[in-house]
Design a protein. Structure first.
Length: 317
């Protein structure tokens, strides 16, 4: 069973909440079945909002989870003989990684931290992608903590269903969230069964009128692309739109990682030397490619992101 912590999973959840559930999967054939976000949401609600039960096969496969994730677990043995682990978020007793960048004051220290922390987070996302898990809420200033000068991922608190139904508010929209996620939250907030041309215009204006990562010209260009993308959903049913958005969810973690690091880069690049500027442009290209308006154009691969970042700085001294 490809399940983990409190992340959002694409594999079928355990559907029986009784302790005598023996889970027929012995790990020899872990086929991924269709995913029902409503079942997953209800399952997690039943076992409590502070924990998620996972199969012991995951724990055995990922022995270095503590290097990447801020969690702890306890276990119990089921009647089937399988161990079931309950992962919980630990106390947030460390500094948030976004603030940690400000403790490295020299340009050289910043560049070193920028490169290696990005690649370290890519390693963590590779683990999640291999397990068909979507965190879906990565934010350097909210749930990425510091351990041994490197970032670790915390707060696996939202299911895919929960992510899509978070409140939509024009006043708190930021560039870290993919456009299709704004769309589905708008639909949920306004209890719509389909979207109109006017709905599309409202969303595009909210997202791109003051985009924190784009200047006025780039924002206007991206708004046109965003409108063209969203127009394909006009008069489509809510169920059809949700199905498309769910397919895109596998790209969200890399999208949000790139958005976070682009935001950091914009803040610090003014203090970096001229020798760093070509690398800045290559980083921005990497980030843009993984933040395409159309999810089908994003690579979504954490492994590819890591290798490209490594290549960008392979000649930097």
């Amino acid at each position: 069973m490809n399940q983990m912590f409190r992340g959002c999973i694409h594999s079928p959840p355990l559907t029986n909440n009784n302790d005598d559930d023996d889970d027929d999967d012995d790990g020899s054939n872990e086929a991924v079945a269709s995913f029902n976000p409503r079942d997953e949401y209800e399952y997690r609600q039943n076992i409590g909002t502070q924990e998620i039960v996972v199969h012991d096969l995951f724990v055995r496969r990922v022995s270095n989870y503590s290097q990447h994730f801020h969690t702890y677990f306890e276990s119990k043995i089921m009647q089937s003989g399988h161990a079931i682990y309950t992962f919980k978020s630990g106390d947030y007793d460390g500094i948030l990684f976004g603030r940690h960048f400000h403790t490295h004051r020299s340009p050289k220290e910043f560049i070193h931290l920028f490169i290696y922390s990005f690649m370290h987070l890519c390693n963590g996302l590779c683990i999640l992608q291999n397990e068909n898990v979507v965190h879906g809420n990565l934010d350097l200033f909210e749930n990425i903590l510091v351990r041994n000068d490197m970032p670790i991922i915390a707060d696996f608190s939202l299911t895919l269903d929960g992510l899509m139904r978070r409140p939509y508010s024009a006043s708190i929209i930021n560039g870290i969230i993919p456009l299709e996620l704004h769309l589905i939250r708008y639909i949920s907030q306004h209890r719509l069964q389909s979207v109109s041309d006017q709905n599309v215009e409202d969303i595009v204006y909210d997202v791109y009128s003051s985009h924190e990562l784009l200047d006025a010209v780039s924002g206007a260009e991206e708004a046109l692309r965003g409108q063209a993308y969203l127009m394909r959903f006009v008069n489509k049913s809510r169920a059809d739109i949700e199905a498309v958005v769910l397919q895109a969810s596998k790209t969200w973690d890399v999208y949000m990682l790139c958005a976070n690091y682009w935001k950091i880069l914009k803040e610090f690049k003014g203090s970096c030397s001229a020798a760093f500027l070509p690398h800045v442009r290559l980083c921005e290209k990497l980030f843009r490619n993984n933040m395409q308006v159309d999810p089908a154009l994003r690579s979504g691969s954490a492994s590819s992101c890591k290798e490209l970042m490594k290549k960008i700085f392979s000649t930097y001294r």
